[in-house]
Design a protein around this ligand. Structure first.
Ligand code: BTN
Length: 237
């Protein structure tokens, strides 16, 4: 595992996308400030300087890249476990890649692939709200942070160490074929909820059955059980 730190950068995901050939598998790149942090679906990710954890992991191992579909959920689970060790309660995974405390988002994950003829690398970008208290957001719900939940300042350096270790461990377990699904099932935020999703370009209201063993999301639509992809879920009720 190799670690790189930037005081300021546009985006740790963008940096690794541009420089993936120069670095080894499991290079972790973090920054105190991202000037063009990226979120999912073309959104931006904003985080005040030095108050949060914003980093990306370069993945080049073929075995791990093959498990692309499970990587977001497994990473969210790794973050959840570390947050739990800090005493945070009511944590869950909002499929495919957010960590929630009750109904408030505390962590977002952006998984990007670098592909030419074949998939060359994966960039796993993670943003965790640590000591942030005021959020500029276009989201319906204001996000939360560790400080907002625990009412104390968190030492970001030791938190980062714990997160890196846990992610490393999860990626090793994934290579060895460990099945974390029975654990993950317990933390399914969307389970049983009615959500809207786009199915064949049509907005449909469905009831979520839950995260499946293959890490897709099973929903009930017109009485039929179907799997949806992460791009299809738009928002929940
Ligand atoms: C989301 O919830 O929309 C995903 C947010 C992902 C943010 C992280 S912060 C580190 C990495 N670099 C980026 O530009 N984005 C990800």
């Amino acid at each position: 595992m190799k670690e790189i730190f930037f005081d300021t950068i546009d985006s740790t995901n963008t940096y690794l996308k541009q420089h993936f050939e120069e670095y080894e598998d499991l290079t972790f790149v973090s920054a105190d400030l991202q000037t063009a942090g990226k979120g999912r679906s073309g959104r931006t990710w904003t985080a005040s300087k030095g108050k949060n954890l914003t980093f990306s992991v370069l993945i080049k191992d073929e075995k791990v890249m093959e498990k692309f579909a499970s990587l977001s959920v497994l990473s969210a689970y790794s973050v959840l476990k570390v947050l739990k060790s800090y005493g945070i309660k009511d944590l869950s995974i909002k499929w495919p890649n957010d960590v929630y405390v009750r109904d408030d988002k505390i962590c977002g994950i952006l998984l990007e692939a670098v592909s030419r003829e074949k998939m060359e690398a994966l960039i796993l970008g993670i943003g965790i709200n640590v000591n942030e208290e005021d959020f500029e957001t276009d989201l319906l719900h204001e996000p939360t942070s560790m400080k907002k939940v625990l009412h104390e300042d968190i030492d970001i350096v030791s938190f980062k160490e714990k997160i890196y270790q846990r992610l490393n461990q999860t990626i090793e377990e994934l290579k060895e074929g460990c099945d974390l699904y029975p654990e993950i099932e317990k933390y399914d935020y969307l389970k049983g909820k009615d959500v809207y999703c786009m199915i064949r370009n049509e907005k449909r209201k469905v009831t979520v059955i839950g995260i499946d063993a293959d890490y897709s999301l099973k929903v009930l639509c017109d009485g039929k059980e179907i799997s949806v992809s992460s791009d299809e879920i738009t928002f929940h009720l």
